[in-house]
Design a protein. Structure first.
Length: 345
């Protein structure tokens, strides 16, 4: 990847050159002051980061996974995993990540804030410094995979993590998540091009919020008077009519589906075809997924009660989330693709 900005003069020496910002060719360049003040030469942190990341490789047996949240200004991982209030501790080996399970280590700035509502108002250099610390100072141990949760866009966080993880012996790949509407796909196309420019393998794209799905008994029916604007709940009447008309004793197996976003422009499938990337799958907008994130529980267990066993799952009491099959399929595809890439590298 070239280090010459697109708006640079013809004889630009490059941003990493010892003469960056000071060469005669730099006169009048809008980037001159920035280039002149940027540290030159090899980043002193890269050696430590490279050494630390050597532990991220396929091990024998079960999977050891690290989850790194680099959304510095809006860390949501602690909330979504039910880990609010946890703290990062210092050990002889460095920072100890917080463990959700024995084989799942988590690190986020959210664990380091004195108040979860504290605003992180940092410029790029300070964000970059913390991301490097997460990589070189955290005792991750031997991992099969380090999963990095990045904020939307192609900003400082993405540039830093790409530069740091592109070290020798480290296989770096991306799973890009989008929603179906064109206003989201505009940004996702930029993210795909970013990955291609910096040499990050794209495992594929996941379409999230791909239509609303809800079990019928959880849906409320209302009769709207367009003239007065009033509404009357007619859920019981509609349910009775459906049961009688379909000859059912229960409506539990009926699912309501609707497209929330306009797909008239082709949506995610068209974009993936045009940009030559794989569509890994589509996850419906399942209210159970929202409840799981709010409560800090896995969506795979959101229908269970504490203490339920596998035998309970087979009973009528447990209703799996409608998005479960899609999630399992996508995760299996990602792991299979990533594993095959490692075995052939």
């Amino acid at each position: 990847m070239s280090d010459i900005p697109s708006n640079a003069p013809e004889q630009c020496p490059g941003t990493s050159s010892d003469t960056a910002g000071n060469s005669a060719a730099c006169a009048g360049c809008p980037n001159q002051a920035v280039c002149a003040s940027t540290p030159k030469g090899l980043d002193p942190d890269m050696a430590a980061i490279s050494e630390k990341m050597k532990g991220v490789k396929r091990q024998q047996g079960g999977l050891e996974v690290g989850l790194l949240d680099i959304d510095i200004c809006g860390p949501s991982i602690p909330k979504m995993l039910g880990m609010e209030g946890q703290e990062v501790h210092q050990s002889n080996h460095g920072w100890s990540p917080v463990y959700l399970e024995d084989n799942l280590a988590v690190m986020s700035i959210g664990f380091m804030l004195p108040n979860p509502d504290e605003a992180v108002i940092w410029r790029g250099p300070r964000k970059n410094s913390l991301i490097k610390q997460f990589l070189k100072d955290v005792h991750w141990g031997n991992l099969d995979y380090l999963v990095v949760d990045a904020p939307p866009g192609t900003s400082d966080e993405h540039i830093t993590i790409a530069q740091c993880l592109k070290g020798e012996g480290t296989s770096v790949s991306a799973v890009i998540v989008t929603t179906p509407q064109e206003v989201a796909l505009i940004d996702v196309r930029k993210e795909i091009n970013f990955c291609k420019k910096v040499g990050i393998n794209i495992l594929g794209v996941v379409e999230n919020m791909s239509g609303l799905q809800q079990r019928l008994p959880l849906v409320r029916f209302e009769h709207a008077n367009l003239g007065s604007g009033s509404r009357v709940d007619i859920t019981e009447k509609v349910s009775a009519i459906l049961k009688a008309g379909l000859g059912l004793s229960s409506l539990e197996e009926l699912i309501v589906c609707t497209d929330v976003f306009d797909g008239s422009m082709g949506g995610t499938e068209k974009m993936c075809s045009e940009m030559d990337v794989s569509l890994l799958g589509k996850i419906p907008m399942d209210p159970a997924l929202g409840r799981a994130a709010e409560s800090g529980r896995s969506v795979l267990s959101i229908g269970r009660k504490d203490g339920d066993t596998a035998e309970d799952d087979a009973s009528a009491q447990f209703k799996p989330a409608l998005c479960e099959a899609a999630l399992r399929s996508i995760v299996a595809r990602v792991v299979n693709i990533a594993t095959s890439m490692q075995l052939t590298s």
